[in-house]
Design a protein around this ligand. Structure first.
Ligand code: ATP
Ligand code: MG
Length: 559
């Protein structure tokens, strides 16, 4: 059986779900993807999205999109919007199940009050610094707060006044009353609520106390009857705390949390904080800069959504920390684009070619296939005339042995056009080649071998100088030159690759590319995959992004 590209491989989470269905623990499966709207989604999030939405789809269940919007100082509507756009683009849909943790603020508050009444929470007056210092360590127990045993009535009164806005930021917190000597530091009386006089993108100024993520997260899952709360491994030792809340509150359901290893990619940073820093400090042109590992960046770069889904299916889901090679992602992109991208001819670094024996005013429309393996992709007509451009590095004045492109006296095939022989090299005062004067063989129309049986080894692409569209083409390389920009001494910014963007102006493209739509993708023959930049292209002045080269030129250059 062949692997259908969109089908995820088996993994331990799907095994657990199979067992839960078989044992009757669950009749249907409910998952969720819970982003914090404090940045744009990146390729790491795609792994989680493909897992959660993929499971819902495979098992006929549903997947909620829930924004964990508990920290108004870092969250914005712009991020809420971009996250929804990116998930849809990836090919997933939450239907009517769009939720916000802020929808549950009132319920979470009521439950906090209940914990206080039950003697399981108290208002602490220590500063954040004092709380940190009295927390103890892995080898030392923590020190109880002087306010830990204050009467419930007093905490209740203070908590009400915290909500009413009587205190400044940081003056009081609400803490769970669990165990200051617990071996798991997350259970040493964690903070449940903090005072934050900040405007919230949804609740406005209604609240000035906000629940901590750890307090909000599990109860939100319970309120939504999530059956499998899937998250990354760093939350594994928060699970006992989530379970403590579930055990001590009258929640309507009991979600179970399962952890998997997050996605790491070579030559990439994945933390939103660092990506935000790249944007804020202008190291990139925005969240959707095509060098960014954000979904909006990869989309603008031309990565098909299908290739990202396939990549996520290929790497699978495990509990082992690892780093995946960026080349794997690029290969997934090549696989899809090789199949889907129409072929076109484009000359990025043009050198002029004059066919001296071709009639001055003649123009022929050459028929060229749009895809070598797909007849259904059809053909197009590409004008050929006496004045052409070819790629500068398709000519060498002194060719080494085995060089089958153009050189003085040599003959090559101009793709789908004619056999062309270079007769004369014209240079300017500085010795730079400015024109190649060539002849064509009329008996090779369409690039066919001539009747005399003569053959050529090289085929090169070309465009008509009279008909070409002039364009800007942007070539991208890795944003970082270190395999792990976060490793070692110093800052991740020290590893920015100064050559990550090369802008080529005056590129010459075959005329059909003049009417390409924003986002439309092509293979420029012999060069790579490119797409129309959706942000900077203008009618008559297209900008193309190189999505990925034809093969892994990076690994080659490294050798
Ligand atoms: P970052 O560390 O990049 O800031 P985050 O975990 O704070 O990310 P959230 O918005 O909380 O970002 O993430 C939403 C979901 O995506 C979480 O369930 C989280 O576990 C998951 N996720 C985040 N990064 C990755 C990753 N690199 N690989 C897999 N899943 C991830
Ligand atoms: Mg997070």
């Amino acid at each position: 059986m062949s692997d259908s590209p969109d089908k995820a491989h088996r993994d331990f989470i799907r095994d657990i779900i199979d067992e839960d269905l078989a044992s009757g623990r669950h009749q249907s499966i409910v998952t969720r993807f819970p982003p914090e709207p404090n940045g744009y989604l990146h390729i790491g999030h795609a792994k989680s999205i493909c897992l959660n939405f993929g499971i819902a789809r495979e098992y006929g269940g549903r997947c909620h999109l829930r924004f964990d919007d508990t920290n108004p100082s870092k969250e914005e509507q712009e991020y809420v919007d971009s996250i929804q756009e990116d998930i849809r683009w990836l090919g997933f849909d939450w239907g009517e199940h769009l939720y916000f943790a802020s929808d549950y603020f009132e319920q979470l508050y009521d439950w906090a009050v209940q914990l206080i009444r039950d003697g399981k929470a108290y208002v602490d007056e220590q500063s954040a610094e004092e709380i940190r210092q009295t927390r103890g360590s892995l080898t030392e127990p923590g020190t109880p707060s002087p306010w830990r045993d204050r009467p419930a009535e007093e905490s209740l009164d203070l908590f009400t006044r915290m909500r009413a806005g009587e205190f400044a930021d940081g003056e009081r917190v609400l803490r769970a009353r669990i165990d200051m000597a617990h071996p798991n530091l997350n259970l040493r009386d964690p903070v449940l609520y903090r005072i934050l006089h900040a405007h919230h993108h949804r609740t406005g100024d209604r609240w000035c106390i906000y629940p901590m993520y750890d307090y909000a997260h599990g109860q939100s899952d319970a309120l939504e009857h999530i059956t499998h709360s899937i998250c990354t491994l760093e939350f594994e030792n928060h699970r006992p705390l989530y379970d403590w809340f579930i055990d001590n509150l009258p929640v309507p359901a009991r979600p179970r949390q399962y952890e998997f290893a997050r996605l790491n990619l070579t030559y990439t940073v994945m933390s939103k904080r660092k990506l935000l820093q790249l944007v804020r400090e202008g190291h990139v042109a925005g969240w959707d800069d095509p060098r960014m590992p954000t979904l909006s960046g990869l989309r603008r770069r031309g990565y098909p959504a299908e290739s990202i889904r396939n990549f996520c299916a290929t790497i699978g889901v495990t509990k082992y920390q690892s780093t995946n090679d960026f080349v794997l992602l690029e290969n997934a992109v090549r696989d899809v684009m090789n199949r889907t991208a129409a072929r076109r001819m484009a000359v990025l670094d043009p050198i002029r070619v004059t066919i001296t024996n071709y009639p001055e005013d003649q123009v022929e429309e050459m028929e060229v296939a749009n895809h070598p393996e797909q007849e259904s992709a059809g053909t197009r007509r590409v004008p050929f005339c006496r004045d052409l451009y070819i790629e500068r590095d398709d000519f060498l004045e002194e060719p080494p042995k085995g060089y089958f492109r153009l050189s003085p006296g040599a003959e090559v095939r101009f793709r789908s056009a004619y056999f062309i022989r270079c007769q004369e090299v014209v240079k300017d005062a500085t010795g730079t080649v400015v024109e190649l004067r060539c002849t064509y063989d009329p008996d090779t129309r369409g690039g066919q071998n001539p009747p005399d049986g003569r053959k050529v080894k090289g085929t090169i692409h070309w465009v008509s100088a009279r008909h070409a569209v002039e364009a800007e083409v942007r070539l991208y390389d890795r944003l970082f030159s270190a395999e792990n920009p976060d490793a070692g001494e110093g800052d991740f910014l020290d590893h920015l690759n100064p050559g990550s963007l090369t802008v080529l102006k005056g590129c010459r493209l075959e005329p059909a590319l003049g009417s390409a739509e924003p986002g439309e993708a092509f293979q420029f023959e012999r060069l790579g995959y490119f797409c129309v930049d959706a942000r900077d292209s203008r009618p008559g002045a297209p900008v193309f992004n190189r999505t990925v080269g034809l093969r892994d030129s990076w690994a080659k250059a490294q050798k």
